[in-house]
Write a protein that binds this ligand. Structure first.
Ligand code: MG
Length: 383
């Protein structure tokens, strides 16, 4: 299948892909990156994202973002930017939909707790786990474990990585050792992720009543757009006002990103995707001014939302649940379901904790709660 005809020369092309770990014939009516995207959409880990926390735990309300709706928003923003810059839209969509597949239940609290438990056994990184999901853990195909994605999708999924882990994954880990860059498609998904979560966390935080408009008016990024909306529509309801502000904020960030990156790319003038990878800096960036404004919003969200006492209470519970599950499975592996127990017993002793981490990381919020209850809650007595 030929590449989309309007791709710029330094985009990711089917013809210059570094290929898949296991050789496969090219798909007939799809590009290599469309096939990656399709495999991700059909994966089990993708469906689980629906019941995994972004910031608000799944059962707290039906209207908050989940990992799934977050990933779909990241894909939307990524595709718009990719199309404008004539980058490979299919690849950005694949990376965006897969970027959070390795997340534990209960958001960052869950990830921190699992990382803490795994410290003696190599730690736990969610980006690295996302790669592990698509490379090893998905069980779909007769001929290989995982989804056998292209190098370019895997490169984008592995956004961050410790040097110790980078050494274990071959070519896809090399850029962390050589200080190279990933494709422009990967770079832009990384920033589209930030655009998505900063904005939807404002929306969710307001909806939950944990932050309010008066506080946000201290934040320039919000205040500028809020002032525009208020002057144009002074009588608009609060809900519609918030949406009008958030959509303008997203738009402003996307425009800044497109314009700044266009300048950087024009100056660097990369000959092809390999030249992009050898750049000393990413070519997809916000302007310095915009970056500063983003940092202010991030800091605000960190202090007022992610560290709000109601969010912190849930985080504490999440840490306990994850830690207690991990310790229980470590102490007595026989309480693991048969499938995980057999996997664990097939490993050498030092590799066994990783099987437990895989099992816990794969849980949805509600599955983790139910496992915890089954193991720790005393049964209700029947009279
Ligand atoms: Mg994300």
């Amino acid at each position: 299948m030929a590449d989309p005809c309007n791709l710029i020369h330094y985009a990711a092309h089917d013809s210059s892909t570094r290929g898949r770990i296991h050789n496969e014939a090219s798909p007939r009516y799809r590009s290599a990156f469309q096939r990656d995207r399709d495999r991700i959409v059909h994966s089990t880990a993708f469906r689980r994202l629906e019941y995994k926390t972004q910031v608000f735990v799944n059962h707290e309300g039906d209207l908050y973002r989940t990992r799934l709706t977050h990933s779909v928003e990241v894909a939307q923003i990524s595709r718009s930017i990719a199309r404008t810059l004539r980058l490979n839209e299919d690849l950005t969509e694949a990376i965006a939909l897969a970027h959070d597949l390795g997340h534990t239940p209960f958001g960052h609290a869950g990830q921190d707790a699992l990382n803490h438990c795994m410290q003696p056994y190599g730690g736990f990184e969610h980006n690295f786990q996302s790669l592990r999901v698509v490379d090893h853990l998905e069980e779909k195909y007769a001929q290989f474990a995982g989804l056998n994605l292209t190098f370019e999708s895997r490169e984008g999924i592995l956004k961050h990585c410790s040097l110790a882990n980078a050494k274990t994954v071959g070519a896809v880990g090399e850029r962390f050792l050589n200080k190279g860059q990933p494709s422009l498609e990967a770079q832009l998904v990384n920033l589209a992720d930030q655009i998505a979560y900063n904005n939807h966390d404002v929306d969710d935080g307001l909806r939950a009543g944990l932050i309010n408009i008066e506080q946000l008016q201290e934040i320039q990024l919000f205040e500028e757009q809020y002032a525009v909306v208020r002057s144009q529509y002074p009588k608009l309801s609060q809900r519609r006002t918030i949406h009008e502000v958030v959509r303008r904020m997203i738009n402003r960030l996307v425009i800044d990103l497109v314009e700044t990156s266009t300048q950087l790319i024009t100056t660097a003038n990369p000959a092809d995707i390999e030249a992009v990878r050898q750049q000393p800096q990413p070519l997809i960036q916000f302007s310095e001014k915009q970056h500063e404004l983003n940092q202010k919003l991030k800091q605000f969200l960190r202090e007022k939302l992610y560290r709000h006492y109601r969010v912190m209470r849930m985080s504490r519970k999440a840490e306990q649940i994850i830690t207690q599950l991990f310790n229980a499975f470590m102490e007595e592996p026989r309480i693991l379901p048969d499938e995980q127990y057999e996997l664990l017993m097939a490993q050498r002793e030092p590799e066994r904790p990783r099987i437990i981490a895989d099992y816990i990381a794969g849980m949805t919020d509600r599955y983790a709660l139910s496992e915890h209850q089954k193991i720790f809650s005393p049964p209700t007595p029947t009279v």
